[in-house]
Design a protein around this ligand. Structure first.
Ligand code: MN
Length: 710
């Protein structure tokens, strides 16, 4: 390659290109790399000219060719970004900068950094696909000349090529580049295997059944007989690498791979493809399950072709691909054929600078044909990710299934906490929307917004989950404090303790709590019972002699027989209130007699009574004594609350309004939406509990409330 060849080649497909600018780029390449040599000993510019030739071969525009010529200047010479911009414009300066960024990423460095490397990679190429085209061309020439590098470097580069760059070339449809990259890498990584495949192939070909020319002319003849005159037929041996892949995938030996030769039939139109297929299938026996129609259903990278395998003219299995010239160009050049100058593609002017990467990313993430392909490549580890962009173009990588909320938290925790909805690709979308590769996401916030517990259901990232939980726990704690405070203040109010603060502080010390808030919190969340705390406070409050008196009146033990407001009991008999149904005055009750241990009082329809059905004599009918009903009984409620800020406080306040003590409270079950609490109340009678239940039922934060029973 020399200057004139470059100019002529460009002119051949791009007559109006800026010849002066390309000339200047060649001058720069020669000047700035003048004292540098390649490992091969050749002048450095050879490499630049070769890379330029590769992109010219792909039909790329002159900006890409200039980028190819300058791609190593920022890294290896004194030339600066500003000077490139001044001489060649911002577009080319950005392209060169992009390629330089790519070159700094070493994918195979170590596993921990790989995800980050891949992210950087996408940042670098997300601006313009031509960055990747030049990088692939650069890699191809480096692979062609890899033998001049030391062995260790050779292996690292070959691995990276085989696991990252070749798959990327395949994914953007650059079949030609992919095949060559893969084959050279194979030679470096598995020289013996490759050599043995080659010798085996030679011996198979020497046996005679694989005369490519002969097969071509026989097929040609059959097509002519059917009046198809313009078909071009090409035969080729499969590459050692593709044969090796097949051996690996199907776990078979070389002798079992029959289709080691493949043929391509190129015609003018898509209907002709099907005509040719008809002839082939009529004249030769098709290998079952080998037919695939990628014309009606193209591959994700745009590939179109008909694939079939038949028992060919010389009685051997052959693969045949049938396609038009356009389809062939796309198959060989891929992204270049799509987006090169031919279709007036101008990445920047189109204002769709992310379009190509969206397509690349969606190709990477398509499940069907990627899976098999990605199996053996390092790209598989990025397979479960989606890559999205902020409005400013910052790339955010997330695990598959991530939603708008995950995105918001990934950008900033405050953005997550305040988000109300989002625009995905310009459209207003709910927060639970699952993001796709390439989505551009703008988060809409409100300063009054706070995270909802229900968000936990549709986030997948640890960060979002922990931030939401952190926020909710903080809120929850505030609420427990409020609840605990209201329980205690409500209870202490009736005890007439002179110095509440002092009493609480001494209780803090006793229960080993740092602050009064911690004590309230422990009461609110049920770690400490109200009873325990009150008992402690009262015992310390020596100043108030009224306390002990009130204590007796207020908190009589429920099995104190004198206080039991039940008629017709034998004096001296011990009474227990059953903990399965918590009967209170007003309930219809029965007693179960336990020999030697007294009577247990149940509500008359308590299910536990079924256990005594076979012993009717043990069951006593009982009645409450209205005259003794000034003592309180414990009533247990099962309450389902909406899991949101303020619901526990509402519960506490409402119970306090009814002049009822909360004796104990226990959260028994919690989901993102609801939680279940068991609340023990000191109540006088059924009327009181009914009235508190109905006043609680109207609260929106209370989903369900009922008397507890087993
Ligand atoms: Mn280079």
């Amino acid at each position: 390659m020399d200057r004139q060849k470059i100019l002529n080649a460009l002119k051949s497909y791009y007559p109006n290109f800026d010849e002066a600018l390309v000339n200047k780029a060649i001058d720069f390449a020669l000047k700035y790399h003048s004292n540098q040599l390649r490992e091969s000993g050749e002048p450095y510019y050879y490499h630049l000219f070769e890379v330029a030739e590769i992109v010219i071969h792909m039909g790329m525009d002159s900006s890409t060719v200039i980028t190819a010529l300058l791609h190593d200047t920022l890294e290896d010479t004194d030339l600066t970004f500003e000077e490139i911009e001044k001489n060649f414009g911002l577009e080319i300066a950005n392209l060169v900068f992009g390629v330089t960024k790519l070159s700094k990423i070493q994918f195979m460095s170590d596993n921990v950094r790989q995800a980050e490397d891949f992210r950087k990679f996408f940042v670098a190429v997300s601006e313009d696909i031509r960055v990747l085209v030049v990088k692939l061309a650069d890699r191809l020439h480096n692979m062609r000349t890899i033998d001049f590098k030391p062995l260790e470097k050779r292996i690292r580069i070959a691995l990276e090529t085989s696991e990252i760059y070749a798959p990327l070339a395949e994914r953007i449809g650059m079949q030609q580049i992919k095949v060559e990259l893969q084959d050279i890498a194979f030679r470096i990584l598995h020289p013996e295997i490759r050599q043995s495949i080659i010798s085996r192939l030679e011996s198979i070909f020497n046996k005679g059944n694989y005369q490519i020319d002969e097969i071509v002319s026989k097929i040609q003849e059959k097509l002519r007989e059917s009046n198809i005159l313009n078909a071009k037929i090409y035969g080729r041996k499969k590459t050692p690498y593709s044969i090796w892949m097949k051996m690996n995938q199907k776990n078979i030996g070389l002798e079992q791979i029959a289709d080691i030769i493949a043929f391509r039939i190129i015609v003018n139109t898509a209907p002709e493809c099907y005509q040719v297929l008809g002839v082939i299938h009529t004249k030769y026996q098709m290998v079952p399950d080998s037919f695939q129609d990628f014309i009606s259903t193209p591959k994700n990278n745009g590939y179109k072709s008909l694939h079939t395998a038949v028992i060919g003219p010389l009685n051997q299995k052959i693969e045949i691909q049938i396609r038009t010239q356009d389809m062939h160009d796309v198959a060989e050049l891929g992204v270049a054929a799509h987006w090169a100058y031919k279709q007036n593609y101008n990445a920047v002017a189109e204002g769709k600078k992310y379009r190509w990467i969206q397509e690349l990313l969606s190709i990477l993430s398509q499940a069907n044909d990627s899976e098999e392909f990605l199996q053996n490549t390092k790209l598989a580890m990025y397979y479960n990710q989606v890559f999205c962009f902020t409005p400013k173009g910052k790339l955010v990588s997330l695990p598959k299934g991530a939603t708008v909320i995950d995105f918001a938290y990934a950008v900033h925790s405050n953005l997550g906490n305040k988000c109300v909805s989002a625009k995905v690709n310009g459209r207003i979308t709910p927060l639970r929307t699952v993001l796709n590769n390439g989505d551009q996401v703008e988060i809409l916030t409100s300063k009054n917004q706070t995270p909802y517990p229900s968000w936990q259901k549709f986030v997948v990232t640890g960060k979002a989950r922990s931030e939401i939980r952190k926020f909710i726990n903080k809120k929850q704690k505030e609420e427990y404090i409020r609840l605990g405070r209201s329980i205690i203040e409500n209870s202490l109010g009736t005890y007439n303790i002179k110095d509440i603060t002092e009493a609480l502080e001494s209780a803090c010390i006793f229960f080993q709590k740092q602050k009064v808030e911690d004590l309230f919190c422990a009461i609110g969340d049920g770690t400490l019972t109200t009873e325990e705390v009150l008992k402690q406070i009262k015992s310390k409050d020596k100043k108030s002699s009224a306390i002990s008196l009130l204590n007796i009146q207020k908190s009589k033990d429920i099995d104190d027989k004198d206080a039991v407001p039940i008629k017709g009991l034998i004096p001296g008999m011990t009474i227990h209130f059953a903990s399965c149904c918590y009967p209170i005055p007003g309930d219809k009750i029965v007693g179960v007699v336990h020999t030697g241990s007294g009577i247990t009082v149940h509500i008359s329809d308590c299910e536990m009574l079924n256990n005594f059905a076979s012993m009717p004599n043990t069951i006593l009918s009982l009645k409450w004594d209205k005259n003794k009903s000034k003592t309180t009984s414990v009533c247990r409620l099962k309450i389902i609350l909406v899991n949101e800020t303020g619901s526990l406080a509402t519960l506490g306040n409402e119970i306090a309004k009814n002049n009822i003590n909360i004796r104990n409270l226990k959260i028994t079950n919690r989901t993102a939406d609801f939680f279940e609490a068991l609340v023990d109340l000191d109540v006088l009678n059924l009327e009181q509990i009914k009235s508190v239940i109905s006043s609680l039922k109207v609260k929106t934060c209370i989903r369900d409330i009922e008397r507890f029973k087993i």
